[in-house]
Design a protein around this ligand. Structure first.
Ligand code: CA
Length: 228
């Protein structure tokens, strides 16, 4: 696998953290571009078209990490995003926003764990890449196109974060089945992910908010969620 082709942009103003992350990623064969603030980071993203962006929330200058998240969330197709955060409550806030990062780590973190998560995100986002075009599945005014990785509501493309789309695609694949939060975590976030089941609820809320009540995404009491 030509993982040396895979580029990652790291936006972090603390040079020690940035260098450490870059060193571990390079050791695994990634091409790494480091940026010390959001402006340089966004410029690097424009140049590199990276497969993944790692961004610290607290950045110097006029734009912070949240601004980077917002810009990436609006991109189509969205760029997978891993957030570095100083505090857990900061992460709660991020997940509650419509930015829907793919994953996050709270400082201090182990570089090895971070790299494991990078691999997990890339595995997850690339499994949906190739292959023949799967059908578009429609629910009332909502269409889910797993080939184009797009959800449309009334014909308009709805901006979903990578992980939100992955969750939706997994629910579509398992249409009609009641899935537990743990099954959803395993299926969408993967076994390497160390988060809790609350993450599923947050993402379900986002899907409901963005796609509306015509998406038949039901809460199954005592179990989890079921689509259709
Ligand atoms: Ca910082």
């Amino acid at each position: 696998m030509a993982s040396d082709e895979v580029s990652v942009v790291v936006i972090e103003d603390d040079p020690h953290i940035s260098d450490l992350v870059a060193m571990y990623l390079r050791r695994d064969g990634f091409r790494v571009v480091q940026a010390g603030d959001a402006e340089r980071g966004l410029a690097a993203i424009g140049r590199e078209s990276p497969r993944l962006v790692i961004v610290d929330l607290g950045l110097p200058g006029e734009l912070d990490g949240l601004d980077v998240c917002r810009q990436l969330a609006a991109a189509t197709p969205p760029v997978p995003l891993l957030i570095l955060s100083a505090r857990d409550d900061e992460v709660d806030r991020i997940l509650g926003l419509e930015l829907g990062a793919d994953d996050y780590v709270t400082k201090p973190f182990s570089a090895r764990e971070l790299v494991a998560r990078v691999h997990a995100i890339l595995r997850r986002t690339s499994t949906h890449a190739g292959g023949q075009a799967p059908p578009v599945v429609e629910f009332a005014n909502v269409a889910v196109d797993t080939g184009r990785r797009e959800a449309r509501r009334d014909g308009e493309v709805v901006a979903l974060a990578t992980r939100e789309f992955d969750l939706l695609a997994f629910l579509v694949e398992n249409q009609g089945l009641a899935l537990s939060r743990q099954q959803l975590l395993d299926g969408v976030w993967g076994p390497d992910w160390y988060g809790d089941e609350r993450t599923v609820d947050v993402h379900v809320r986002q899907l409901r908010k963005k796609l509306g009540t015509d998406l038949p995404l039901a809460t199954v009491w005592g179990v989890g969620y079921r689509l259709g």
